[in-house]
Write a protein that binds this ligand. Structure first.
Ligand code: PAF
Length: 290
């Protein structure tokens, strides 16, 4: 079983020990003393486990953080009902992670909600940021705290949260943080639904309707050769055919800038979708070429 550590001081000591040991031992093929962090909020599913096994493949000492970060939830969001399944999470990480860092909120925010925040700026106020004001500031603040606590060489995130990956990449560049970001593809159910900790909220009928998001993306990708407008129209048509899906946003962005692609955009692009199905808000995205 991975070791469970709940305090920052202990975690720092354990990571320092792992680095020292790797330098002395020298027998591993992994770059000496490499530390890889996989930040999560727990309720782990196969998508998370893919992140952690990618971390394992990078070699070195793998730390998985499990912390439901209050700062990234807005008023009326699902902070209280967000699933917390620490024992099952730790069991699922057997053989994959060296350490699980599972701090309490008071360990992470001993003075209450952090007064100092990392702000995501303009990219963080679009799409997810427009629907969830302050969300990305909360994400960047906790991720930068985790980077400072663990001081990883590499941190692994999932492409499922494409805008999160973008704003974290910008933070790392803008603030010259000494960490590399690795991004792992989305893991899907056999019908295409992207794995998410929130899928467990879906009632049976909603679960059937939820596949509309990935279908809309797939149909848009097929239509994309004809242009941005055609791809958007294909996705909108698929969503309109399923009344249980209440669209929040559907957009095609330039993956470099995360700004909406112009109608004559040619080249790699990213389609983003967010919708409410029953009481559950889902997001997904797909790369396409227009
Ligand atoms: O993607 C998540 O689970 C969270 O946003 C993260 C990166 C762990 C920060 O709380």
């Amino acid at each position: 079983m991975p070791e469970i550590i709940t305090t920052i001081a202990e975690l720092r000591a354990r990571v320092a020990e792992a680095r020292r040991w790797a330098h002395q031992d020298g027998s591993s093929d992994a770059p000496v003393g490499r530390v890889v962090l996989v930040p999560t909020m727990g309720a782990l599913h196969d998508g998370h486990l893919r992140l952690v096994s990618s971390a394992r493949d990078l070699g070195g000492f793998v730390v998985v953080s499990i912390f439901v970060n209050p700062l990234q939830f807005g008023p009326g969001e699902d902070l209280d009902r967000y699933p917390r399944t620490l024992d099952a999470d730790v069991a699922a990480l057997e053989g994959l992670a060296d350490v699980v860092f599972a701090p309490t909120a008071s360990e992470m925010y001993p003075h209450g909600p952090s007064e100092t925040r990392v702000t995501a700026g303009a990219s963080g106020s679009l799409f997810e940021g427009a629907s969830r004001p302050g969300h990305f500031d909360g994400v960047l603040t906790v991720v930068s705290k985790l980077f400072n606590i663990v001081q990883p060489d590499v941190a692994v995130f999932g492409q499922k949260d494409a805008q999160q990956v973008h704003v974290i990449g910008r933070m790392v560049d803008d603030l010259n943080l000494p960490v590399s970001i690795a991004v792992v593809d989305t893991v899907r159910e056999s019908d295409g639904l992207a794995l998410s900790s929130r899928n467990r909220y879906l009632e049976e009928d909603d679960r059937l309707a939820a596949v509309t998001l990935s279908r809309a993306l797939a149909e848009a990708a097929e239509a994309a050769a004809a242009g941005v407008g055609e791809a958007l129209a294909a996705a909108h048509a698929r969503v309109a055919a399923e009344p249980a899906v209440k669209l929040d946003y559907l957009a095609i962005v330039d993956p470099e800038t995360f700004r909406e692609a112009s109608p004559d955009h040619h080249g790699p692009a990213l389609m983003l979708i967010a919708a409410r199905v029953g009481t559950t808000r889902l997001i997904d995205n797909a790369r396409l070429t227009t």
